[in-house]
Design a protein around this ligand. Structure first.
Ligand SMILES: *[C@@H]1O[C@H](CO)[C@@H](O)[C@H](O)[C@H]1NC(C)=O
Ligand SMILES: *[C@@H]1O[C@H](CO)[C@@H](O)[C@H](O)[C@H]1NC(C)=O
Length: 188
């Protein structure tokens, strides 16, 4: 085992930096960058659902990432109006990943990002799979680490903002400074 930071990185196989450093592919990652608010202007790593939902056919240079209310998005959304043609940030729990995706789709969302409800978890990507209902969803559904989802929501609350502005998907191989643009709390 290689000692030091690189060795630690390899122990935690799902850490995105390992993929960049060693070409390991445990998951397929999809990246997005927050443009505003500025204090979370980082490139975040998400994982697409394994067997449901759609793919991104276009790159959104600027689109709203709107925290759903209620945050678990298991039923009607009180801020559904703001999710129309935008992307919803949803929390894990209360119903299946597929159910959440369908709720966002029914509100006209272009995609859904579902963050883990373990807000201190900064390393574990859950594989999102179908439930047993035979239903489908057309919009992309992505999983985000609990820590990342928490930091985005907290920043929006602190700024009193109803949404963040993001670019998605981001081609990180075209960004030489990609590693520097990852959230600093990923390496705590
Ligand atoms: C993150 O979640 C995984 C899976 O539930 C668990 O094994 C791991 O211990 C958690 N890590 C933290 C820091 O909570
Ligand atoms: C991502 O960027 C790299 C480097 O600029 C480029 O070679 C590659 O074709 C791009 N991939 C996509 C999917 O656009």
């Amino acid at each position: 085992m290689v000692p030091g930071a690189a060795g630690w990185c390899c122990l935690v196989l799902w850490l995105p930096a390992c993929v960049a450093a060693h070409g390991l592919r445990i998951h397929d990652y999809l990246y997005f960058q927050v443009l505003s608010p500025g204090d979370i202007r980082y490139i975040f790593t998400a994982t697409p659902a394994k067997d449901f939902g759609g793919i991104f056919h276009t790159r959104y240079e600027q689109i709203h990432l709107v925290p759903a209310e209620p945050s678990e998005a298991c039923g009607e959304l009180t801020n559904g109006f703001f999710i129309q043609d935008q992307i919803a940030l949803v929390e894990r729990g209360g119903c299946s990943f597929l159910s959440k995706t369908r709720v966002v789709q029914e509100h006209g969302g272009r995609a859904v990002i579902i963050s883990d409800n373990a807000v201190d978890n900064d390393s574990f990507y859950v594989e999102m799979i179908q439930d047993s209902t035979q239903r489908t969803a057309d919009i992309p559904a992505l999983f985000l680490l609990g820590r990342d989802g928490y930091m985005i929501r907290r920043s929006l609350e602190q700024h009193g903002l109803p949404w963040a502005i993001i670019s998605i998907p981001v081609n990180v191989t075209s960004i030489p400074t990609f590693e520097l643009l990852q959230p600093p709390w990923t390496f705590w």
